[in-house]
Design a protein around this ligand. Sequence first.
Ligand SMILES: Cc1cc2nc3c(=O)[nH]c(=O)nc-3n(C[C@H](O)[C@H](O)[C@H](O)COP(=O)(O)OP(=O)(O)OC[C@H]3O[C@@H](n4cnc5c(N)ncnc54)[C@H](O)[C@@H]3O)c2cc1C
Length: 291
Amino acid sequence: MNIELPKYEEVLDHGFVGLLEVMGSDDSIDQAARVSYGKGTRKVSELKGLINYLMRHHHTTPFEMVEIKFHCKMPIFVARQWVRHRTANINEYSARYSVLNNEYYIPDQDHLCMQSTTNNQGRNDIPFDDIAYAEYKANIKSISDNAYKIYEYLLNDPEDPKSNSERDGIARELARMVLPLNFYTQWYWKIDLHNLFHFLKLRMDSHAQYEIRVYADKMYELIKPHVPVACEAFEKYQLNGMNISGDEVGILKEIIDEYLEISGATLEEMADYLSHNLSKRELREFCDKFK
Ligand SMILES: Cc1cc2nc3c(=O)[nH]c(=O)nc-3n(C[C@H](O)[C@H](O)[C@H](O)COP(=O)(O)OP(=O)(O)OC[C@H]3O[C@@H](n4cnc5c(N)ncnc54)[C@H](O)[C@@H]3O)c2cc1C
């Protein structure tokens, strides 16, 4: 499929995600798995079947054949979470070399909330009223603008027409230390599809902080048209699937056994009856898991 790139999407108040390049497609995954199987000689359903199989059984390396490069701009506190994903290649804007812009993040009213009382790591979902929001917003704005003023003061470039002093400024690599975490940075971020799915699974999840989740959501939207079959498999087996513990499996087994005893049906019969979209092979695999 030929989709014009780069394609940019706005995120938060000053951020963006740009999809710059995609190397590979669903065919590259298929081809890697078959080790040079001739292109175009099998049906779409076979491609789907193979990619689903790979995803289901964690045969991950064929997905690494697709490489994706993004250009992203995000608040520094979002970048700090993002950078924990070690399998990407990053090249970040250098605030040692260049001056940062006066651009910082202020959450909109729907997303400025109090600390959650049930989740130590997050916020509750009740936004502040107009008056409280206006006050918080004004305070965040004031401290950010002041920090930027001090940044400019420290940098003091006598060549700059705005400068009102002859003294030399301090180095950019030091002046930046006064800027808060809500200032924006940007980078090029390149990753393969397997590791991107891992990132997306963690960062599209409702437990991830809203401010990184919105980036992950946009990235997923941008790559979907390039690898639609792989994305469908990702949704089916990873995004909408779940890991359960041994104890939880025990509970499910007991519930199933009890139900089968009451109904008089076999597991295969029940699974076949409720099959949803499972293929025959998947149904067999499902039954094997609970035997
Ligand atoms: C909701 C949420 C809350 C979080 N809270 C915190 C927190 O409070 N504090 C905190 O510090 N972090 C926190 N994190 C970050 C988290 O612990 C991980 O660092 C981050 O999600 C990256 O995951 P990863 O290591 O699997 O990913 P990647 O770095 O992308 O690695 C992908 C996979 O490659 C393998 N891998 C990569 N590098 C190595 C290596 N050097 N050695 C062995 N295997 C490797 C691992 O299998 C890994 O799963 C949080 C993450 C999430 C999603």
